[in-house]
Design a protein around this ligand. Sequence first.
Ligand code: ADP
Ligand code: MG
Length: 235
Amino acid sequence: MLEIKNLSKSYDGKNYACKDVTLTIDNGDIYGFIGPNGAGKSTTIKAVCGIHSFEGEVLFDGISIKKEPVKFKKDIAYIPDNPVLYEHLTGLEYINFILNIYDVKEDMTEEINRLAKMFSIEERLNEPINSYSHGMKQKISIIAALAHKPKLLVLDEPFVGLDPKATFELKEELRNLCSTGSIVFFSSHVLDVVEKFCNKIAVIKNGNIVSSGLTQEVKGEGTLEEKFMEIFDRE
Ligand code: ADP
Ligand code: MG
């Protein structure tokens, strides 16, 4: 279980990019995080993953990101909206580097090959990352994260820049991961995907959570897009 408790973050000490964000995410949840540009999604995500300092608390299976950051991070993976990779490494070297960091002892060759094939990047695995397109870099960071089967996978706008096949395969893999009890928490502007794919959703507006819970309850009678327009068209 991921518990985000009264998470607040200010970059300048005056204005808050997110304020008192409180969410509980259960094992097996595919949790969508939506809101317009600048609402505070990436800020919240970075705080949850220990990249930003923040006020409040974040616990994963009772372990505090503030008190035991290394232990917390061992179980999680984070894929930023713009993955920054070690460009001089090949894709395969980078994936193995990540697996080493996570202390994966088993031979993961078969799993890496399966994922690489699925994301149509197997023929480029031995080329340096600086020769890759944006989408290919994204695929490498996705493969590296999926390969160590994190208990919590956090993704910031994962579908931006992915081709339709990769989008389909990523959704399949995320579903498989959650079926083993892991949590997937991701931000997205693709409301159709969020509506169909997530069992729970949180909506953030000006740094505050304005709605959260089961997809059906958050969206109400109409579509999620209609709900979104209702929330954000008021002012
Ligand atoms: P979202 O991901 O929902 O588009 P962000 O969390 O990136 O929103 O941004 C929320 C607010 O925080 C915005 O006003 C943005 O300008 C500000 N912000 C984000 N990152 C930084 C930063 N590194 N330094 C200062 N302000 C930032
Ligand atoms: Mg963002």
